[in-house]
Design a protein. Structure first.
Lengths: 115, 112
């Protein structure tokens, strides 16, 4: 019974490169959420997606960041032209429904380091 | 945006001691969730509290939701090194589609 799978676990990029983070939700879950976590910080919401739809992207920077959850395949968080400030742990979570009380099932994150 | 404030930010105690950590807001939440996160891993749900005044127990952990649904507490009895981790509270926004908002967490260290 696989949980939320994120890859890669660690990603190193030079300034100006692109970073692609992948997330496969739990089986049967159609709602995906991306959060960012800095050291000694909680989780900051970035974007909420359903299959082929962005439901809420209010936490995602307007420039350089994009997310998708295609009909087939994993959800992708894409960061173009990375800067040092993008270094963080990025967590994906999924839920079976979008109910406000739905608990979130998290992956183990992708740790992005920008050099 | 509704905010959740957690205190203390850091807590270091000896094995066997009791402790309480807090999650407070000026806003009413329809529910609150508590998660524990260990180093290198994602948060794992511990409990959801829904009703004002509700108390839930999970072995040595006791969770309480305030009567006014603006605050919650987590009490650990006889802490063990395995309780070490980051404890996060989270709640849904009252409007819009934005999912859970998280507090910054309490980082607990239990020393053997």
């Amino acid at each position: 019974n696989a949980g939320v799978m994120q890859n890669p676990r660690h990603l190193v990029r030079r300034r100006g490169q692109e970073a692609r983070l992948r997330c496969s939700p739990m089986k049967g879950h159609s709602h995906v959420y991306w959060y960012r976590q800095l050291p000694e910080e909680g989780l900051k919401f970035m974007v909420y997606l359903q299959k082929e739809n962005i439901i809420d992207e209010s936490g995602m920077p307007k420039e350089r960041f994009s997310a998708e959850f295609p009909k087939e395949g994993p959800s992708i968080l894409r960061i173009q032209q990375v800067v040092r400030g993008d270094s963080a742990a990025y967590f994906c979570a999924s839920s079976p429904g979008g109910a406000r009380n739905s608990p979130l099932h998290f992956g183990n994150g992708t740790r992005l380091t920008v050099t | 945006t509704q905010l959740l404030e957690q205190s203390p930010q850091f807590l270091s105690i000896q094995e066997g001691e009791n402790l309480t950590v807090y999650c407070n807001s000026s806003s009413v939440f329809s529910s609150l969730q508590w998660y524990r996160q260990e180093p290198g891993e994602g948060p794992v749900l511990l409990v959801t509290v829904v009703t004002g005044g509700e108390v839930k127990k999970l072995k040595r952990l006791t969770f309480q939701f305030g009567d006014a649904r603006k605050d919650s507490s987590l009490h650990i009895t006889a802490a063990q090194p395995g309780d070490t981790g980051l404890y996060l509270c989270a709640g849904p926004q009252n409007s819009g589609n934005t999912p859970l908002v998280f507090g910054k967490g309490t980082r607990l260290s239990v020393i053997a």
